[in-house]
Each structure stands twice: as C-alpha cells, then as structure tokens.
Ligand binder design. Structure first.
Ligand code: BGC
Length: 895
C-alpha cells in the first residue's frame, strides 16, 4: 500500500496538529491521540501520513515514528511513543502525503505530563488547625511557606489540588487564571490535579508559595436539604501542592505542602457557592503571600489525610472568566443601586468603591425582576446569593468575592460608599466556541444566543441543571437531552469525557446510574436509574463520538454503558418489560399539573422501555465501532426485542401524544413499516395544537427530528417559529437571555410562576430562568434549517449531510461549525422561489448535498446542472435551486 504514496514534495500543503489529551482519568495509561487539519493550494486529498514523537523540539534524537501509513485519517489517530510518563515532555509532528506529494512536517504540538503516580507525591495536604469550617461557614484558611532558591530557576512546575477549592500564589502573584479548581468530580475516586508552569514567578533568593482554601463542592452547601447540605465529602478542606524547580546550575528543589507550613485566616470571613462571600478587609494581612512577611504568629499547618491514589491530572477545561460586562446602573428602592448586565450569567460582580473605613457594601443577585421592579429572589430557594464587604480604610478599593458564583442578570448594591465602577464577570468551564448561527429571524437568532449562554452558565466544572438556586447539580437527564447541542455549540469533548468518568465511578455495583453526577443524592429513589436520566451513560458518549470522532471515549465508557443495560435487564418483569417504578418521565410536560411535573401525558413505563431499547442499541453501535461483533449482535437482539414488545404494548397509547410518537420514531421503537403512520399521527397532533409545545424534557428534543424524518417540515416549523405560550420564542419575546426551565416561567401578564411542586418525596419549589434542556432544539436548527449535520458513519464531520430545509419567513441563514478538520460553513438565502447557498468545506471533509428541490427545480452546483443528491469535496461551492421546496407553516401564529 505505502509504495503507492508519492515521493515528491508538496510545498503547497500545510498541516496543523493538535493533541487530544487522553480522556481524563486515564492520562498516562494510553497512547496519545492526534487530530490534524490541512490547508492546501495544491492538493485535493490526503493519501497517507507519517507521525513522529520526540523529547526535544528539534527532533534530533530519541525519535519514535509511525508510518508512512496509507490513508485519509486526520482525526483520532494514535500517536507514536506510547503512554506518557510522569513529567515527560513530548513533541509530536505530522506530515501528510497528498495527491500532490508530501507536505513539510507540521509545527510540533507539545504535551507535558503531570504527576501520574501516587509515589510522585512528597507533599501532604494541609489546612488550618482546628478549622471550625465543618460545622458552619468560617474564615477561609490562608497557608504559606517561605523558602530560598540558591540560584535562578530554569524550569518550575507547580502541581496542585485540594479538598475544597483553592487559589495559589507565588511571591504575591496569583498562579494561573483557573477559578474553583480542582472542579467537582466523584472526589472519593477522582481528584484532579492542575500543573502550572511557574518558571517566571520564582527568583533566586527568598520566595513564598501561598494558598487559600474555599469550601466549594467538597465541604460547602450542596443540595437543597438544609439538614445535610454541608460536608458532603468531608469535614476538612486541605491544600496539596508540590513545586518542582530545576535551577540554572542543574540542581533540583522541591517544595511541598507539609506540617512546616504556616496557617492563618484573612479578610474572607466566609465563602459558599450558594450563599456567597463575606469579606471584612479589616482582617486583611498585608503581604501574607510575599517574602518578608512575619508569620511567627501564624499556627503550624495541620496535615489532612488525602489518598494519593485518587489524584489524576486535569484534562477537562478549567473554569475561567469568559466574558465581562459593564452593567447599566439605575436607582433601586431604599437608596440601593441596581445593576443590569443585560445578560443572565453565572458569575460575580466586581465593584470599585470609594468610601470610609467601616463602610459596608452588600450585593444581592437575581435572574429577573418582580413586576414591581424588586429583585426576584424566591426562585433561589435557600441560596442567599449575597456578597458583603466591610472596608478597612478610607479611599478607593476594588471588591470581588472569592470561591462563589451566582446565577444572575441583576444585582442590587447597598452601600454608603460611592460606587465608582461595576463589572459583571461571567464564568464557565472554558470550552472554545464551535457553532455559529445567525438568520433573518431576529427572535430565532436571539434564541440560539440564549442557548449558548445557558450552556456557558451551566458548564461550571460539571454540566449543571441551573446556576442560581440551591441545586446546581449534574442532572443526567438534562445532560443527555442537551449533549448533541452542547457538542455543536462549544468544543465540549473533554468536558463530557471527564464527566463521564465520574458517571462511571458513581454507578452502583449493579450498574444503576444516578440521577445526578457527581452523585450526592444517595442510592434510593429517585436517585438511581430513572429513564432518560440514567441513559446519559449511553447517549452522551455516543453524542461525543458523532461530533468529534472519539473512539477513546467510547472504549472508556463501554463498560459503563453495558452495565446500565444489564442493570435494566435485571429489572425486567415477567413480561420482559420494565414497569411500575417511579420515573421523572416526560418531566415538565406543559399539560402535567404545574405542581406535579412528573405526571406527564405520556406513560412513563412506555418511556422507560423505549429508553432501555435505545440504550441497548447504542451499546450495540458502540461495540460495532470498537469491533466487538459478539457484543454488538447480542445488544442489537436485545434492543430489537425490547422495542418490539414496547411497540406491541404501547402502540396505541404512543400515537396519542407528541412525546409518544417522537420517541417511537427517534428511539427506533416503531418498526420501519409503521414510521409513516406515526409521522402522520405526530404531524396531526402538532397541527391540532397549532404548534403549541406539548412535550417535556424527554420528548421535546425529539419532536422536530421526528417530524423531519417523516417529511412533516411544515409542522416542525410551525412549532419552532411559534411565539405564543408555550413555545421557544415566547420567552425571547419576554426578554429572556437564557433558556427557561418552565415554558411559562413568566406569564403573558408579567406575573412570575410560583414554581410550587408536590413530589412523592416531598414538597418543593422549582423555577429557573437558566436551564438548557429545552435548548436542545438548537441541534435541529443546525441540522435542518441551516442544513449542517455530522454523519454518524463518518463522525467528527469527516462527512457532513447538507440538507437545508428552508421555510417561508426566513430568507437568510448563516451557520458554521469549527471542527477539528477546519470550519464547515454555509450561507444560504431565498429570493422568491430561488434558493442560493455558498458552502465551505475544509480539506478532508466531504458533504452530501440534498438540495431543497421541488419537482420543477433546476439545481446547479458550481455552475453545473445536477440532479438528485450531490457529493461535494473540500473547498467553496455555490449552489442554486430554482422553484425550491420551501416549507410553509401557514399559521396565524407565524410572524
Ligand atoms: C432539576 C432538573 C432535573 C429534575 C429531575 C430538577 O430539580 O432542576 O432539571 O432534571 O429535577 O427531576
């Protein structure tokens, strides 16, 4: 094969390589994997490649290679060199053979391993002795260690993690820009370590390494039960840091946290994720994190037990400030100042005030305003979401809370000091933007933006349901519903991969998946195994694979996926079906009683079996990708069997609800010969309802795909573009800047839903203005309105299905997805009956164009008349379709 590769050079081709750090949790245990994108003015396709790994950037010695290999692979390719060792630095480069010759080597991509083995650690976790924080909120521990370096550093790395959340400083300078490190994982099995390059922060002579500790998820409030919402993971926080310095003379110095450190407290008197932060600057210890500070009155640090076997390098993206806003200011009742960021965010307010010593400043937060203009805080339930400050001196001070965040658009500041400036800092797990969408319908464009924000705001270390109330948990149902959309909007591959490791850790021995991951709800009902929640175990890895071509995530998760299915098998009743258990079901069906969101129209037993069949099928598909034909065969048989019995039992019922039909079509429950009939039933239900949404968390993401699959586009658009309650665009008209949890969170008369719930396990209240689950429709907007869809058979957008389905009323759409191969994009427009589009496909990507052609259309691609579907290669293509097939919802509610 490889002798078919060219010998000549291809100077017109350039390769850009990126290393996929292996799934979190197995770094160092598997070989690295690479993606590369190619740009070329000379070549049309890749025919082979060669990869090299070396310890130095010049590739002068110690080179290991793979290839030349014949093939077009550019995604998810195994790199040479095997697993990394602790502290190893490795450079990787790629060159490709094209139909025009060999490219030059790419610029190298560099990876560096952290500490991969428990034995690498000499440090011990430390904290303040007799820290009272376990029982109540208490001052944030400060920790410091002064040390000398006999010579200037050549290279220095700081490996750090904590029980609780931390911030570290070297010589008074904050190390890195991560917030709330080490994030939230299944701490008892997995605690993430961040490694920082701190070479530039050290000098010869005296130095100080210092840190602060917050309660975070480890010890702070977590969950809505005030009786047991603290100390979920432990009673003592602790900082574990190991600084490894290589000096200019070649010698090495290691400074680790241990009993020789000193501990005290400072101005942060309390910090909690839900309640906020209290700062009293009169307790500030000036210079505490720098050399020369007298720490003789500080206590010796106490060592906290920490099992080094749970330490793993962080590979998931850290939480950072991702955007800042200058809020509008206006007077609020009682002399307060109201701030309006114009955007609902997860984040904090930073203030600059000018005041006098002893002045206080209080900042409260809320997502929306009450009709009378006051802050709406009822939805926060018990989360105080309040930051407070006491000034220590006269003059100007910058105030910012630590170790907390709030879900808010509005804040109210009460103070006697002068408010000089205010900034709203939005935080998120820092995934890079991937999808862009804009169209001539301003409301739909804004809805897309709202969904992006709900993702940003809810991707804070784990995928949460909401960022504001006393909850913020990794609800698995919300995650599975939204995962495909999340993968389109932001590069969330490693974010999901990390969370899935925790999901598997939190699965019970018999395979049940908790309703929230990390699981803090225990192992009773409704904490385990709910249909459409537990199935995140199969649905999320598959969504990641389709979007990014990630066989490694599939391989890592297959045991977890199989375990869920075998758990469900074990719960089948005599008739072979699941039944009779509590289910969240089609949660928040707008026709369910407002206070009992689980009492949806669609049978939850039907849904339980449909998701069971679907999960079994996803195991089969995964096993097929991984080459395990036996596993694939057994799970296909199981899926077919469960689907057939489910259909036999619930066919009639399924045809009566939108969720029933959509699930039957999208989860493969209806047999192929029944699809058209189910599609007609669904379309009829949608038409009869005038496009009104009649589905909850499980049905909503599937309705438009099901209508599209069966050719009922007019009905799909009737729903998408509806403005009356309940609909996606209603909330946009109401001024929403994120996606709401309840369709009618704010009613047409401006009143706010009371959110009251009566559940089998007790009464509660639930109303969030920032829940991404219903935003799942955005994936359909990319696939169908814009017409950009990844093909599961050639995942990672190696092959895309370009099937735009225009609709009357939207005459212009632009969309793109920044794939690892390069940006895939389309701009289309309709004018009269003519559809015109420009496609951009990067090197390595092919597309199948299914033009929106009617019976009398003339279709041309790049000036040539064509018929039927057309294959497009890399490059820019112009498409036009006369007398195009343009869907027409023709309903009064369509603007
Ligand atoms: C959460 C949801 C979640 C649901 C499960 C709620 O409290 O906010 O989004 O999926 O409970 O029933």
């Amino acid at each position: 094969m490889t002798d078919l590769l060219p010998a000549a050079a291809d100077p017109g081709t350039t390769v850009h390589v990126t290393v996929r750090t292996t799934p979190p949790g197995v770094t160092g245990r598997g070989p690295l994997r690479l993606d590369w994108s190619v740009t070329s003015s000379t070549a049309g396709r890749q025919v082979g490649y060669e990869i090299q790994a070396a310890p130095t950037q010049d590739f002068a010695a110690g080179v290991e290679g793979i290839g030349p290999v014949a093939g077009a692979d550019q995604l998810d390719v195994t790199a040479p060199g095997g697993p990394l060792r602790s502290r190893e630095v490795r450079h990787l480069r790629v060159r490709v053979a094209t139909d025009a010759g060999w490219s030059a080597w790419s610029e190298p991509a560099t990876v560096e391993a952290g500490l991969l083995a428990p034995a690498d650690w000499r440090a011990d976790a430390v904290t303040l002795p007799d820290d009272p924080g376990a029982g109540e909120q208490s001052p944030v521990p400060l920790l410091r260690k002064a040390f000398e370096l006999p010579a200037a550093p050549r290279r220095a790395r700081l490996h750090v993690t904590s029980l609780g959340v931390h911030e570290v400083r070297l010589n008074g300078v904050r190390v890195g820009d991560h917030l709330l490190d080490p994030g939230w994982t299944a701490y008892r099995q997995r605690l993430l370590v961040t490694s920082h390059d701190v070479t530039d922060l050290l000098t010869a002579g005296p130095n100080v390494l210092a840190g602060r500790l917050g309660d975070g998820w480890y010890r702070g409030r977590l969950g809505w039960d005030p009786q047991e919402d603290r100390c979920r993971y432990g009673r003592q926080v602790g900082l574990l840091a190991q600084l490894e310095v290589e000096l200019s003379d070649g010698s090495r110095v290691t400074v680790g946290t241990d009993a020789t450190w000193h501990a005290s407290t400072g101005e942060v008197r309390s910090a909690d994720l839900y309640d906020g932060c209290a700062v009293d600057l009169r307790h500030h210890q000036e210079g505490w994190d720098r050399p020369g500070f007298d720490d003789s009155r500080w206590a010796p640090a106490a060592v906290v037990p920490l099992d080094k076997a749970v330490l793993q390098p962080r590979v998931a993206p850290p939480v950072r400030v991702v955007q800042s806003f200058r809020p509008e200011r206006s007077p609020a009742p009682g002399g307060a100042v109201r701030l309006d960021a114009g955007q609902n965010v997860a984040g904090v307010v930073r203030l600059t005030v000018r005041g006098r010593a002893g002045d206080t400043v209080t900042v409260r937060h809320a997502e929306v305003l009450e009709p009378d203009g006051g802050l709406h805080t009822r939805s926060l339930r018990s989360a105080k979401a309040t930051d407070s400050y006491v000034l220590a001196e006269d003059g100007q001070t910058v105030l910012e809370p630590s170790f907390t965040f709030h879900g808010f658009r509005y804040a109210e500041v009460v103070t006697d000091a002068e408010l000089v400036a205010a900034e709203v800092l939005a935080i998120s797990s820092d995934t890079s933007p991937r999808g862009t969408f804009e169209c001539s319908d301003a409301a739909l464009t804004r809805f897309h933006e709202n969904v992006r924000w709900s993702q940003r705001d809810n991707f804070v270390a784990v995928p949460t349901d909401c960022p504001q109330r006393d909850e913020r948990l990794g609800w698995t149902g919300d995650a599975q519903a939204f995962a495909p959309t999340a993968c389109t909007l932001f590069d969330s591959r490693s974010f999901w991969a990390s969370w899935l490791v925790d999901l598997a850790h939190d699965q019970t021995a018999d395979g049940a998946v908790p309703s929230v991951v990390p699981n803090i709800l225990g192992d009773g009902e409704p904490a385990l195994g709910r249909a459409g929640w537990a199935d995140a175990a199969t649905i999320v890895p598959w969504a990641v694979h389709v979007a990014y071509a990630d066989t490694e995530v599939l391989a890592a998760q297959l045991p977890s996926m199989r375990a869920l299915v075998s758990y469900l098998q074990g719960r089948r009743q005599e008739d072979g079906l699941l039944g009779g258990e509590f289910q969240f079901g089609d949660w928040l069906d707008p026709d369910a009683p407002g206070d009992r969101p689980h009492e949806a129209k669609t049978s939850s037993d039907y849904l339980a079996n449909a998701f069971f069949a679907h999960s079994a099928r996803l195991v089969a598909r995964t096993a097929t990708v991984l080459g395990d034909t036996e596993q694939a065969r057994a799970h296909t048989a199981l899926a077919d069997d469960v689907a057939a019995s489910t259909w036999a039992r619930w066919r009639e019922h399924a045809l009566t609800t939108q969720t029933g039909c959509a699930v039957a079509l999208e989860l493969g429950i209806a047999p192929a010969e029944a699809e058209a009939e189910v599609g007609r039933a669904l379309a009829g239900l949608v038409r009869d309802a005038g496009g009104r949404i009649a589905t909850g968390f499980l049905g909503t993401p599937l309705v438009l795909p099901a209508l599209t699959r069966t050719g009922h586009l007019a009905e799909a658009y009737l729903m998408l573009l509806r403005h009356e309650l309940p609909s996606w665009l209603y909330q946009v008209d109401q001024g929403a800047t994120t996606v709401w949890e309840r369709w009618d969170a704010i009613r047409a008369d401006g009143s706010i839903h009371d959110g009251v719930m009566h559940m089998p396990n007790g009464d509660s209240q639930m109303l969030s203005f920032n829940h991404y689950a219903y935003g799942a429709v955005v994936d359909w907007v990319y696939r169908t309105l814009a017409g950009l869809a990844p093909d599961p058979e050639a995942p990672g957008y190696r092959h895309v299905v370009l099937a735009p389905r225009p609709v009357a009323g939207i005459d212009r759409v632009s969309a793109s997805v920044a794939t690892a191969l390069g940006p895939v994009g389309v701009d289309w427009a309709t004018d009269g009956g003519t559809f015109t589009a420009t496609y951009r496909l990067p090197f390595g990507v092919t597309g199948t164009l299914l033009p929106p052609a009617g019976p009398d259309s003339v279709v041309s691609v790049d000036g040539r008349a064509v018929a039927g579907s057309v294959t497009l290669g890399p490059g820019e293509h112009r498409v036009s379709v006369t007398e195009a097939d343009i869907a027409s919802p023709m309903q009064p509610s369509l603007r």
